[in-house]
Write a protein that binds this ligand. Sequence first.
Ligand code: G16
Length: 542
Amino acid sequence: MDLDALTKHAAFYAKPDGLILQYGTAGFRTKAEHLDHVMFRMGLLAVLRSKQTKSTIGVMVTASHNPEEDNGVKLVDPLGEMLAPSWEEHATCLANSEDQNLQSVLMDISEKVAVNLHQDAFVVIGRDTRPSSEKLSQSVIDGVTVLGGQVHDYGLLTTPQLHYMVYCRNTSGQYGEATTEGYYKKLSKAFVELTGQAFCSGDDHRKLKVDCANGIGALKLGEMKPYFSQGLSVQLFNDGSGGKLNYYCGADFVKTHQKPPQGIEMKSNERCCSFDGDADRIVYYYQDVDGHFHLLDGDKIATLISSFLKELVLEIGESLNIGVVQTAYANGSSTRYLEEVVKVPVYCTKTGVKHLHHKAQEFDIGVYFEANGHGTVLFSKAAETKIKQLAKELEDKKSKAAKMLENVIDLFNQATGDAISDMLVIEAVLALKGLTIQQWDALYTDLPNRQLKVKVADRQVISTTDAERQAVKPPGLQEAINDLVKKYKLSRAFVRPSGTEDIVRVYAEADSQESADSLAYEVSLAVFHLAGGVGERPQSGF
Ligand code: G16
């Protein structure tokens, strides 16, 4: 380690006085102008992680669903997964160390994790379309190179594409070719093969309108379109040519406001979907003939996909266990439908795909989706081998189902939730089952719900347990929530500090929209009073 060079470069990346950041739900996120030093330091950390794992490590510069002015960074582990939890602590420690202690903190981490400093290091980098991202990714590159690491800068990528690249590179290309073209070809081939047998009644079944949140999804889906055009025709909206990233558009806006994004032309009953700013989340929706908006979120996606996979598994006659993983935000009706109708076990984890992904790995087929539309399906190596073997056998009903499953494995991003890959799976399932979006929506009826945000001085004063369904701190908050919940039928509510924004999130559901709205409002008032609310008191009326 060339400590003199490190000191010289670090001087360009001074930590702002008093700034403390936490490696949260999906890495570091805050206003872009506060992140230069964090980017440089994450470049340093990626080199250590690469040396320790003797693998390629990924660094993604994005703040995903956050406003355009924010930015963020996260590290991607060798199999395309989120950074290991013990390293999140090292990341937080390094990001917050004072400038004069940087060297010693770095040496400390190297010793703790027994890094061989002579080992080679390789880091790949991707970034979203935020105006600040290019400069910030340059700071990451500076951090990597000052420690002697090699870099491949992919430039503009969706977050799931970066995860895919890392996975490909660390499996000697067995998972796929580590280029955007490799990604387009792999997914499109699986999609076209899968939908090859689908009966489509008319052209409308093949058309989809996509709100790209004015983000990277527009660019990448635009590039990919020609590869799957024989199976699906997509029309892109909010492609970044005019509007602002995630502003009144995108999956997070549509899910939380339960209304269509601006900038999309929706005719009644047309199938539409929204990506978020870095294209790792997707939600579907349509407007009925009476002008009512219908949202099909991550829970509806999990239900559609789990039912489809369960049928295929029954057809191949193998005892592959399927498990579904959700979070506290999952609509009560979806959990009931999965358990009672689809008859699959359902598990609840803390928010953050890293938690869901980990749990889903326990099954032969692990389906995980957050209600916000972030998720994928994981297949164990044993399940994949069994399915591939069956697909090779003589033409019969069993091998046909196995061939479909084989394509489904290739179509799902096995590294992380991916809006493009999920969109193609959903389109394939709808085509194969001959389902309209209305029929899909009718599988079950969501319990009315509402999500709100509350600003507090320090969101860490709230801590939770039971997969975030109960608040243990501050004193009295859970009791207040319990009392409020008792006032409404079929109701449930919880609060948790966000890991990506400086706010506390409130979720409520009840038997009517009016009750869900009123419960959410009352709970946000309780948070405001008991957890140190700042600024304007929460307002009622939506
Ligand atoms: C990230 C995480 C998701 C999480 C979301 C909101 O999404 O990857 O798993 O649900 O943040 O997290 P929180 O409620 O803690 O703010 P994205 O799409 O922004 O990367």
